[in-house]
Design a protein. Structure first.
Length: 273
């Protein structure tokens, strides 16, 4: 069983709650949508899944229906008691905390061995930092399925030369393969958002796309940020002072190229020189 729009309205009213704009709360109120998300997450009985921003538990219940072991993280202390009442009978563990500050590695290590999946309906202002934090700091999470604003999702999954391609695309590609696997209409949310949403599947690579023995992620990140910080300029100008002038020839990269032309492998070669 999952929550309909009427169920969500009743829960909010009964507990004197309103969705928080500051926290970007838009609750999914369509059983078909949450079951579709659970299916796209590829969950099977016995899998371990962390849901971030569980809200009132609509998606949480769909995740639990798969037979997975679900840990639901929620930062809003006003919602946590309601969430517990909805999902704990389904065997879900609820944890109160902020995913951007909580030690997620320790949280998961205390609850089971890898691998873990992460599934989340993420507000615009935390989506990118949370996905990147999980990739860089929580290696036990090997798969993510996140619902985000369309523009954010397209940036996460874009490849070199595509309009949405940017620094975020490269940083995610270093760790994982990302693809947009579906769209979610605004009509399934309470309250209805003013933006379109997409589902992005992110699968961690067995090894980073660039050999860490050749160049660290931190160095790659510095070079990529500098290159896309002035993306209209040729790389020899935007990266002046960041890479040596002769690095372009050694990396096989044209100094006249723009940032969006380089894939993650080319960025890695350039950062390593």
């Amino acid at each position: 069983m999952t929550l309909s729009g009427a169920d969500i309205a009743q829960l909010l009213s009964a507990h004197g709650l309103r969705p928080s704009r500051a926290l970007g709360q838009n609750f999914v109120a369509d059983p078909n949508t949450v079951r579709r998300i659970a299916r796209l997450a590829g969950l099977t009985p016995g899998d371990q899944v962390l849901e971030i921003g569980a809200g009132l538990g609509s998606l949480t219940l769909a995740l639990a229906e798969t037979g997975a072991h679900v840990v639901a993280l929620e930062t809003d202390r006003h919602l946590v008691p309601v969430l517990r009442s909805v999902v704990e009978p389904a065997g879900v563990e609820v944890v109160e905390g902020d995913a951007l500050t909580l030690d997620l590695s320790a949280l998961l290590a205390d609850r089971g061995d890898p691998p873990w999946s992460l599934v989340a309906n993420l507000p615009y202002n935390v989506a990118t930092p949370l996905v990147l934090r999980t990739l860089t700091e929580v290696p036990s999470v090997t798969r993510q399925l996140v619902m985000v604003q369309r523009e954010v999702g397209e940036r996460m999954a874009a490849g070199a030369g595509e309009p949405a391609y940017g620094a975020v695309s490269v940083r995610i590609a270093y760790f994982a393969r990302a693809e947009v696997v579906g769209r979610v209409p605004a009509s399934v949310f309470v309250p209805r958002p003013r933006v379109e949403s997409v589902l992005v599947r992110i699968v961690r690579r067995p090894e980073p796309a660039v050999d860490p023995g050749l160049v660290s992620y931190e160095r790659l990140d510095t070079v990529v940020r500098a290159g896309f910080g002035q993306r209209r300029k040729m790389l020899r100008r935007s990266l002046a002072g960041v890479v040596e002038p002769d690095a372009f020839a050694r990396a096989g990269v044209r100094p006249e190229a723009r940032a969006e032309e380089l894939d993650v492998a080319a960025w890695g070669r350039l950062a390593a020189c």
